[in-house]
Ligand binder design. Structure first.
Ligand SMILES: Cc1cc2nc3c(=O)[nH]c(=O)nc-3n(C[C@H](O)[C@H](O)[C@H](O)COP(=O)(O)OP(=O)(O)OC[C@H]3O[C@@H](n4cnc5c(N)ncnc54)[C@H](O)[C@@H]3O)c2cc1C
Length: 356
């Protein structure tokens, strides 16, 4: 069967990988020029910064299979520095949960290595946004994928679809086929909301921290916009930035809203100044910094999410599935797991029923 997968974040890549393993032909569509979605890295002359999700869990079975299949085991390493929490009195606390946890892992050239390796295997249409999926009037049970820029319709006819974008886009793109979907599912998917995240990414020269740490969590408050400060020096090995440290500062959801309204340079300066108040070892000035705005960073209230499994996405045996971090739980592991589940559902529906 020909299956379209819309979105090359980790959920879509996972769905596509499992479907291809089952022998299906995959047409992967991604509106961005590169894969990964929110599991992404920025690279510049040897400086690597993971600016969305910061690490993945070594013991995730679904990710392990993808990593092995892509031959990335040798590039995968545990993070051997702790994560601290900043207490209201300004001290840093390392709790058992935040201490060195060798289950936290990343790739030598950034988290993006896994999406890139999957893309090499799966191919796909990049810098192509899917605008709508329609039922094919001439071929019942088939779908036509509409894109921007447009591709030839004859090539875009598929037997099944996996929507692997955040929920609002998935609801929107699937609008022409809503009559074949479950209204209870659509209602719940349309209600999923996301936090925004304003992120500072910077390259710093020679930062010596009093206590090495990988990340510092800063409880949300109205006094500071900072939510998370992360350092990384293992990945700054290239010619331009050898011996440097990369810094990532994520603003809190409320802080992101405040910074969003400011001029970008002012917002960057402010976030950096606040990070220096927390970590005084930071140099007065950065050598290179950029802002990254995540319009949909994390699903709000994962605990409140409905149990989507109780609401199948499609009516009957229609070959339509939805996956992403809103289906099972927040984060890369859950997103990858939801992609696998979407693939399994489609495979099950596509197989002829046995007579037994
Ligand atoms: C700043 C930040 C910090 C985070 N921190 C954590 C954390 O600490 N812990 C944690 O568990 N999780 C964290 N996350 C969340 C985690 O990264 C996501 O849950 C996960 O990556 C989501 O994967 P996904 O495949 O569901 O969605 P996405 O990665 O969003 O993938 C969806 C893809 O669909 C594409 N797309 C959208 N519309 C279209 C269209 N019309 N046509 C074609 N393609 C389209 C998008 O470009 C994107 O590539 C963080 C995210 C961010 C941004």
């Amino acid at each position: 069967m020909n299956i379209a997968v819309v979105g090359a974040g980790i959920s879509g890549l996972s769905a596509a990988w499992w479907l291809r393993r089952a022998g299906h032909k995959i047409l992967l569509f991604e509106r961005h020029y590169k894969p990964g979605g929110r599991m992404n890295s920025r690279r510049k002359a040897g400086l690597v910064v993971d600016h969305g999700e910061r690490y993945i869990l070594r013991d995730s079975p679904v990710l392990r299979e993808l990593i092995l299949d892509c031959g990335l085991q040798g590039d995968f390493f545990s993070i051997d520095q702790p994560i601290f929490t900043r207490l209201p009195d300004g001290s840093f606390k390392e709790t058992a949960e935040e201490a060195v946890d060798l289950n936290r892992a990343t790739f030598r050239d950034g988290l993006l290595m896994l999406p890139e390796a999957l893309r090499r295997q799966l191919g796909g249409f990049f810098s192509i946004a899917v605008t709508a999926v329609e039922a094919d009037p001439d071929n019942p049970g088939q779908y036509i994928v509409r894109t921007d820029p447009p591709l030839r319709a004859s090539e875009m006819r598929v037997d099944g679809i996996v929507f692997a974008t955040p929920a609002p886009q998935a609801v929107d793109i699937s609008r022409p086929i809503h009559s074949s979907l479950n209204p209870a599912f659509l209602e719940r998917a349309a209600a999923v909301t996301y936090t925004r995240c304003f992120t500072l990414i910077a390259a710093l020269e020679e930062v010596k921290l009093a206590r090495a740490f990988y990340g510092l969590e800063v409880p949300e408050s109205d006094k500071s916009n900072v939510w998370w400060i992360a350092f990384e020096d293992t990945k700054c090995q290239g010619r331009g930035f050898k011996g440097w440290t990369s810094l990532v500062v994520h603003a809190s959801p409320a802080g992101s809203e405040r910074l969003w309204r400011m001029h970008e340079n002012d917002a960057l300066e402010r976030l950096y100044r606040e990070a220096r108040e927390i970590v005084p070892e930071l140099p007065r000035e950065w050598r290179w910094a950029r802002a990254k705005r995540w319009e949909q960073a994390q699903v709000v209230n994962t605990d409140d999410l409905p149990d989507f499994d109780r609401y199948p996405a499609a009516k009957g045996e229609a070959l339509v599935e939805f996956c992403g971090d809103y289906r099972i739980g927040n984060g890369v592991e859950s997103a990858a797991q939801s992609g696998r589940r979407a693939a399994e559902n489609l495979i099950r529906k596509s197989e002829p029923e046995s007579d037994e």
